[in-house]
Ligand binder design. Structure first.
Ligand code: PLP
Length: 431
């Protein structure tokens, strides 16, 4: 469920008309619903709380899905933690008021500088993904007089997820260590006086709509916890990652957080560990849309009909990168027979095609369209390719809204690139 609905002949986000918002901030832009973000977090939290054997787990929102500071603060106020994958994301989470005690730091390639920063601010849990990383962390912890909580990231060799590029749990992928290797590494960590060995974790992929691989992976993790305990090692924490899929409208309804919680309870309930979850997409995807304006409708006399928008692949790369599907809706409903459109942006590559042969009502130059379910892996993956300014992000709460990342001016963009001294005489003042 989300808070984007038609009323008075336009699409609204909560109490704000997207037509009015487009007038106020200009297109294209992202808009997020506070009510949907809050609802998704609460539904996830309550689903897990419903199974007491899962024991009020840490829900560390995966910051990379949508890392806008106001989005983070919205979730942080409800008690969410943060799953981070870089120093920048740790800084964002802290800046948005999420305490270090609720921050998890993951990733295959944390640099020494990033790890030192994590130690300095005291993040609660560092997910270690390889033996060299464990060695580096131990050395740094010794130097800093810190004793970080460590979870060994396991790659259980279970494939899952909506696309090869976002499947992370097979042995061919770069993430984590095998189950056997995890036993050895965990014993190493437990014997290291600079490290507080907390437990083990996994994250097998994203946009997962089938519970079977998750259940298999969780079962393997349970077995690992039991084997480690059998060796006399203590395990306090089991981090089960994120990955739950969302409906992008062309698929049958994916499992709900309640289905997910029931599966988790069956797989790991009663294990007597603190659980951690790292949901990203399921919290943010349907809480945001991208609004764009139609520049032209270009009907080729010999065939294809192009809907040329002012938004492009640099603003929303999921279709180009993952062949992702986004529902596209006219902001003001249009009547008339559905016709096939190739929906494209202005960027100079054929890859800048959001979709082909999409059936849409008749649209005209100047119309607004909304890409639904664009709140996760949307703005965060945008770039200035083709020197297109990063588009604004707007957060709505009830009848209120705020620009939470403004569109930069061209001058601001160009002034980020100082002239090489020997070229400065060629530069003119930016206009
Ligand atoms: C991306 C990621 C997540 C979140 O995945 P979603 O599919 O958005 O829920 C969680 N944990 C880790 C380690 C990740 O890299």
């Amino acid at each position: 469920m989300n808070h984007f609905d038609y009323k008075d002949d336009a699409l609204w986000c909560e109490g704000v008309s997207l037509t009015a918002l487009a007038e106020a901030v200009g297109t294209p832009f992202y808009v997020y619903s506070s009510a949907t973000l809050e609802r998704h977090y609460r539904v996830f939290r309550e689903a897990l709380d419903h199974f007491p054997r899962l024991g009020g787990p840490l829900i560390a929102y995966a910051v990379k899905a949508n890392s806008n500071l106001s989005v983070l603060a919205t979730l942080g106020r409800l008690g969410a933690g943060a799953d981070t994958v870089s120093e920048g994301e740790i800084r964002r989470a802290l800046a948005a008021g999420i305490p270090a005690a609720r921050i998890v730091y993951s990733g295959v390639g944390k640099t020494a500088a990033e790890l030192a920063f994590a130690l300095k601010v005291g993040v609660d849990q560092i997910n270690v993904e390889s033996e060299p990383e464990l060695a580096l962390l131990s050395t740094l912890a010794g130097e800093h007089g810190a004793r970080p909580g460590v979870v060994i990231r396991v790659n259980p060799d279970v494939g899952a997820g909506g696309h090869a590029k976002i499947s992370t749990g097979t042995r061919e992928s770069k993430f984590g260590v095998s189950l056997a290797e995890a036993e050895r590494l965990y014993a190493l960590a437990a014997g290291d006086r600079h490290i507080k060995a907390l437990g083990v974790g996994c994250h097998i992929g994203s946009q997962i709509t089938d519970m079977a691989p998750l259940s298999r992976a969780f079962g393997l993790m349970r077995g690992l916890v039991e084997r480690l305990r059998g060796k006399g090692l203590s395990i306090e924490r089991l981090d089960l990652g994120g990955g739950l899929g969302v409906p992008y409208f062309n698929q049958p309804d994916p499992p709900t957080p309640a289905d997910f919680a029931a599966m988790a309870d069956a797989a790991v309930g009663g294990l007597n560990v603190e659980l951690a979850f790292e949901p990203g997409r399921v919290i943010a995807a349907n809480a945001g849309v991208l609004v764009a304006r139609v520049i032209h409708v270009h009907q080729r006399p010999e065939g294809r009909r192009f809907l040329v928008l002012d938004a492009a692949m640099n603003d929303l790369i999921r279709p180009a990168m993952y062949d992702a599907y986004h529902d596209i809706r006219p902001v003001a409903p249009r009547s008339g027979p559905l016709e096939p459109y190739d929906v494209v942006g202005p960027v100079c590559e054929t890859g800048d095609t959001f979709t082909r042969d999409r059936l849409l009502p008749p649209l005209e130059s100047g119309d607004l369209v909304a890409f639904m379910s664009a709140g996760a892996y949307g703005a965060v993956m945008s770039s200035e390719y083709n020197t297109r300014p990063l588009i604004p992000e707007v957060l709505v709460k009830g009848d209120d809204w705020a620009v939470v990342r403004p569109r930069p001016s061209y001058q601001a963009m160009l002034s980020r690139e100082p002239a090489a001294p020997w070229l400065s005489s060629s530069f003119t003042a930016a206009t």
